[in-house]
Structure formats: C-alpha cells, structure tokens
Design a protein around this ligand. Structure first.
Ligand code: AMP
Ligand code: GLY
Length: 427
C-alpha cells in the first residue's frame, strides 16, 4: 500500500512510526515530514491542497491521513473526496467543530452536551456592556477561529475583559477569529483528553491521556502546544469513562447524524473534570492531539492502518481495541525561548542510542527537527518527544528523564515535572 501523511510534528512522526509497522505499507510519503520521519518515508514539501491532490494521483496513493487541523479546516477532505481519493477525516463543514468555537458551542447546546455556560457576541460594544453588567469573575473570553491555542483568555475583572475584547474585536490581533467572540463561565478542575475513532456510526475509544499546556514547572508561564503527556490518565476512572460516553459521546454521535455531518476520523474531547466528577467539554478537536498521540498510539496494540481502513469502510464495530497495560509518559524537549523567540539549526546529540524499536522501552518522536548533511538539527520550538514505558507513571517518568540525560542540543529546555498531578493520585 501507498500512504500519504500530512504534517510535520511529533504526532505525525508517531503516526508514521505506527503505520510503518504494517508490512503491507511499501511507500510512505510525509508531507512535509521532519528529521525523524525522513528515516521512515519520503519527505516532501507541497504548498497547496491542489498540489497534494496532484501528488496523490501521480503516486497512486491508496490512503491519505491528516495530522493537523489546518488542512481539515481548509477542506482537504472535500477536495480529495471530490477527486475520488481515499482520505480520513471530517469535511470542512464538520471540521467547524474545531475551527469555529461558536459552531462547537451551539452544537453542544443543541445536543445537551455539558459545557461551560456561554454567550456569543459579534459587536465589541455589546460584549463590553455584557461584561460590565455585574458578572462574577473570572470569566473566559475566546476568539472564534483557529488561533494556534492562543485565542483563549481567562480574565479577572471588567477592565481586563474590556482590554481583551478590544484586542480581539477592534485591533483584530487574531484577524477574522475576532469577528465573533465567546464569553463563558470559568470552570475549575483538572483537564483530561479522551480521543475516539468514529466511522459515522460506531466509535472506538482510545486510551485516556493528559497533557501539560504551560511552559513552566508547576503549570506556570504562557500556554504552549504541549510540554508533555501521559497515558492512561488516572483521573479517568472506568465509572467516569461511562459517564463521558453517556453524557458526551452518545449525544455527539446523535448530533453528527442529525446534522448530517460528513465525519469519519478521530474525535478529540478536551475535558474539564470539576470537583464532584462532573465532566464538561472545553473543546472538540477533529484530529489526534499533540503531544497526547505520542503516548496513546504506542499503547494501542492494533495495527493503526487496519483501524484507519475500518474507519474508511465504516466497519469499526467489528474491531476490538487492545491496549498495552503499561503506562507511557512523554516529555517534550524544546528550544529555549519557546513559545516565544528561539534559535534553530542546533545539532542534536545522543539520538543514535534510541532506535525506536516497537518493543523498546524508550521511544523518541521528532517534532521540529530536520535532517541536514546526515545530521539531525533543531528546526522548531518543540523539538523532540522522549517517551518511556513504565509499570506505573512514576517509573515511566523515571525512565523518560533517564533517557533525556543522554540527549543534548544547545539551548535545550524541558519541564522537569511531567506527570506530577498523576503521581499524587497514584500515591
Ligand atoms: P480551548 O482551546 O477552548 O480548549 O481552551 C484552551 C485552554 O483554555 C483549555 O485547555 C483550558 O486550559 C482553558 N479553558 C478554556 N475554556 C475554559 C473554561 N471555560 N474554564 C476554564 N478554563 C478554560
Ligand atoms: N494537546 C492539545 C491539542 O492537540 O490540541
């Protein structure tokens, strides 16, 4: 089989690694790929969806997998389907569950999926009047579109809220994403991720996980794309999972079917578990999470391509997921300065000790790396995901940090406390 995979992050390296374990995969094209993916397939930069269609036809690609949200929001699935090319993912309309927070919130309201109370505003004046009407703070203000995770603000008082409304809706710091904003209730609790495969009829739960969004230890500093993750999430008990299926996944599927949305792919639930084990959806993503994928996929024993073919053929109901009982924890190594300014082009040392053997204890997935003159150099903010198995999360963390000790590049930075909330729970 010939597979094309869109994306260049740690998530995509992990998908590529998993897909290549299927002996029927003869050719893998990573668009554009990264330094790690270059040893699994052919990496190629293509600049438009149209170029991808042409490439898929030229290479006679059997199936295309999409890592990030941007091509889905641009309508890659619509385009491939109209050309008779096999691809997994929601079409552009269904991808609004991620690309439009207003669409997602209204969907949740209509299908009674628990989420924070909210109001939508299209005019800055009405948003400001509302925010000055004696509400209880903190509140959350969200820009409507994709803003690389930066369009969400927790505001403590009326003044701060007004400033944010002006930044988003008048100065338009996130462009069109500020055409509409959401003001919502601020929920307190612990976040967790549940992803599931969905073929339009049936679903298949993937193992639970949790990530760490803030750049600094103890969750301080600015939000990032994710500094580390682990699976399973001890917070998600079997009982809680049942509740998530009943109160979120069942109505989600009903909503997709009622609205006749074209969706076959991964659904990502960003959840807030509040103190009395109440579950709320913070966000939907219409693709696998990053860095959650890097700790979830290696625990799935099923062949990843078979699962995707089942999605494509709507035969997910015939699949039983088998999951490795071991815990897996991943730490993201970044270029110092990320998520702000950082330098790239630094040689990475120590990778040769980690061959990413599917049976191995340590797995390294590349994100911002590049192969240059037969060396791997840094090429982005998030550089590597160092993932380690362990019989519990503490052991997994110990193994991951031990492995990190063998890797170095100039200005390497990483969080030292990945998993800390879970360790407290394990104790
Ligand atoms: P979102 O992109 O909507 O998931 O928001 C990004 C992050 O902002 C989430 O992962 C939470 O950490 C935080 N957040 C979003 N909505 C809320 C909310 N209603 N209450 C508390 N925190 C929130
Ligand atoms: N880890 C959060 C995301 O993938 O959006």
């Amino acid at each position: 089989m010939k597979i094309m995979l869109i994306g260049s992050g740690g998530r995509e390296h992990c998908i590529a690694w998993k897909v290549k374990q299927n002996p029927e995969v003869q050719e893998l094209y990573c668009i554009p790929g990264n330094g790690g993916m270059s040893s699994l397939g052919v990496c190629k930069s293509l600049h438009s969806l149209h170029d991808m269609v042409q490439f898929a036809k030229e290479k006679e690609i059997d199936l295309t997998l999409v890592g990030p949200e941007a091509p889905l929001a641009l309508g890659i699935v619509d385009l491939f389907q109209s050309e008779g090319l096999a691809i997994i993912g929601p079409n552009q309309n269904a991808a609004r569950l991620e690309s439009s927070k207003v669409f997602a919130k209204n969907f949740m309201k209509k299908y009674k999926i628990p989420t924070a109370q909210f109001e939508v505003f299209a005019q800055p004046d009405s948003a400001i009047t509302y925010l000055k009407s004696g509400l209880n703070f903190p509140l959350v203000i969200k820009a409507n579109g994709l803003a690389s995770g930066k369009g969400v603000f927790i505001v403590e008082d009326e003044e701060e809220a007004e400033d944010i409304v002006i930044e988003l809706m008048v100065k338009k710091i996130f462009g069109d994403a500020g055409e509409q904003i959401i003001v919502e209730e601020c929920l307190e609790g612990e976040e967790a991720t549940i992803m599931f495969l969905f073929d339009g009829e049936s679903y298949c739960l993937l193992p639970s996980s949790q990530d760490h969004k803030r750049v600094g230890d103890s969750d301080v500093g600015p939000n990032t794309g994710g500094m580390g993750a682990y699976s399973p999430a001890p917070l998600i008990s079997d009982q809680l999972l049942k509740k998530i299926e009943k109160s979120i996944i069942f109505p989600f599927i009903e909503g997709i079917q009622q609205e006749k949305l074209n969706y076959r792919g991964v659904v990502y639930l960003g959840l807030m578990i509040t103190h009395h084990s109440d579950v709320h959806v913070l966000e939907f993503n219409v693709r696998l999470g990053d860095p959650e994928t890097q700790v979830v996929l290696p625990r799935v024993k099923n062949d990843w391509l078979d699962l995707n073919l089942a999605l494509y053929q709507s035969s997910l109901s015939e699949i039983r997921l088998e999951v490795d009982a071991q815990n897996l924890l991943g730490v993201v190594l970044t270029s110092r300065g990320y998520p702000g300014k950082y330098e790239i082009g630094k040689k990475i040392n120590g990778l040769e000790d980690f061959p990413n053997d599917p049976q191995g204890k340590i797995l390294i997935f590349h994100a911002g790396t590049q192969r240059k003159d037969n060396q791997i150099v840094t090429a982005g903010g998030r550089v590597l995901n160092v993932c380690a198995f362990g019989e519990n999360l503490k052991k997994a963390a110990y193994n991951a940090y031990l492995a990190i000790g063998k890797i170095c590049f100039e200005n390497m930075y990483y969080r030292q406390d990945i998993g800390y909330r879970a360790f407290l729970r394990e104790e």
